[in-house]
Write a protein that binds this ligand. Structure first.
Ligand SMILES: NC(=O)c1ccc[n+]([C@@H]2O[C@H](COP(=O)([O-])OP(=O)(O)OC[C@H]3O[C@@H](n4cnc5c(N)ncnc54)[C@H](OP(=O)(O)O)[C@@H]3O)[C@@H](O)[C@H]2O)c1
Length: 285
C-alpha cells in the first residue's frame, strides 16, 4: 500500500479509504424479501482491505455501520487505524454533538475518533455553537481532528473562522471523473490551506459504467499501458495522479472489489491519459 500525508495532521493515510454506506433501499428490500443479510460479506470486505493496508475507514452515525466497523477492527492495534465518522445534521447543537460523539464511540468500541465530520450543514444552528462542541471533544481526547462534509466554500470559510484552537482538517464532497464541481472553488481553497479532501461517490456511485463508447476506448488503451488495469482502478488512480490531497473513499461490498481497488495504487496515469479520460466524459462542472 502507498500512503501520503493527510492534510496538515501529520498522519499518513493510504491513498484511498473504505466507504461503508450500504444503500438503505437494498437493506429494506432484503428485509422485505427475507433475503440473507449481507453484513458478513461487508465485514469480510472491510477486513480484506485492512489486511492489505487500507487502514482508513469512513462511516457515519446515520449509516448504521459503526458497529460493523467495530467488529472489523476488533483485535487490531487501534493506533494503526484511522476512523472517520460523522455527526448528523439534526444533532449540531452543543449538547447533541457531545451525545452523538459518545454514541459513536460506543458503537465503534473505541475511546477516540480520528476524524469527526459534520455530515451536512444546518442553517438553523450556528456553526460557532457546533464548533465549540467539536473543540471541547478535541480537548477531552474524544476526537483528534475536525472535518466537514457537503459545505459550500462560503460555509467552509465560516466553519474555519468559528474554530478557535484547531484547524479544519478536511472536507468530504462528491468528486470523481464524472463530477468535477468542486474543482472551481473548494479544491483550490483546500490545496492552499493544506486541507485534505475525502472524495465520495468516487466511482460515480457505481454508475461510472462503460456505456460511454469513447470512455471504453480510452480505458481500453490506458489499461493496455498499465498491465490490464480495470475501469475502477483507472478511475481511482485518476485521483492520485491528479492530486496530492484528495482521498477517494469507494465503497466495496465484497472482497473481490476491495482487492481490485487495492490494485489502483502503486502506479500513475500520465498527464495525457488524464486529459484523455476527462475529455471523453461529460463532466458536471
Ligand atoms: N458525506 C456524504 O454525504 C456521503 C454521501 C454518500 C457517500 N458517502 C461516503 O462515500 C462512500 C462511497 O460512496 P458510494 O458508495 O455511494 O459510491 P461509490 O464508491 O462511487 O460507488 C459504490 C459502487 O461502486 C461499486 N464498486 C466498488 N468497487 C468496485 C470495483 N472494484 N469494481 C466495480 N464496482 C465497484 C460498489 O459495488 P459493491 O458495493 O457491489 O462492491 C458500489 O456499487 C460511501 O460508502 C460513504 O462512506 C458520503
Amino acid at each position: 500500500m502507498e500512503y501520503r500525508e493527510f492534510g496538515k495532521t501529520g498522519f499518513k493515510l493510504p491513498l484511498f479509504g473504505m466507504g461503508t454506506y450500504y444503500d438503505p433501499g437494498w437493506i429494506a428490500a432484503a428485509k422485505l424479501l427475507k433475503m440473507k443479510p449481507r453484513s458478513e460479506l461487508h465485514l469480510n470486505a472491510i477486513i480484506t482491505g485492512l489486511d492489505q493496508g487500507v487502514n482508513f475507514i469512513d462511516t457515519a452515525e446515520i449509516y448504521g455501520t459503526e458497529t460493523l466497523v467495530a467488529k472489523a477492527i476488533s483485535g487490531r492495534k487501534r493506533d494503526e487505524i484511522f476512523i472517520a465518522t460523522k455527526v448528523w445534521r439534526s444533532n449540531l447543537d452543543y449538547d447533541s454533538v457531545i451525545k452523538s460523539c459518545n454514541g459513536s464511540l460506543k458503537n465503534l468500541q473505541t475511546s477516540y475518533i480520528d476524524l469527526y465530520q459534520i455530515h451536512f450543514p444546518n442553517k438553523r444552528i450556528k456553526i460557532s455553537e457546533t464548533m465549540r462542541a467539536m473543540e471541547y471533544l478535541v480537548k477531552e481526547g474524544k476526537i483528534r481532528y475536525i472535518g466537514i462534509s457537503n459545505f459550500s466554500l462560503r460555509q467552509m470559510l465560516d466553519a474555519e473562522e468559528a474554530l478557535k484552537t484547531n484547524d479544519l482538517a478536511s472536507t468530504q464532497m462528491p468528486y470523481s471523473l464524472v463530477d468535477g464541481k468542486i474543482e472551481k472553488d473548494i479544491l483550490p481553497h483546500c490545496r492552499e490551506r493544506k486541507m485534505a479532501v475525502l472524495a465520495y461517490y468516487p466511482l460515480g456511485h457505481g454508475k461510472l459504467g462503460s456505456d460511454n463508447a469513447s470512455l471504453s476506448a480510452a480505458v481500453a488503451d490506458i489499461s493496455r499501458n498499465h498491465g490490464g488495469k480495470s475501469l475502477s482502478q483507472i478511475a481511482l488512480n485518476w485521483f492520485y495522479s491528479k492530486h496530492e490531497n484528495v482521498f477517494p473513499i469507494p465503497r466495496a461490498s465484497n472482497t473481490v472489489h476491495v482487492t481490485e481497488n487495492v490494485g489502483s495504487v502503486g502506479w500513475r496515469l500520465s498527464m495525457d491519459e488524464i486529459s484523455r479520460l476527462e475529455s471523453t466524459i461529460s463532466r458536471a462542472k
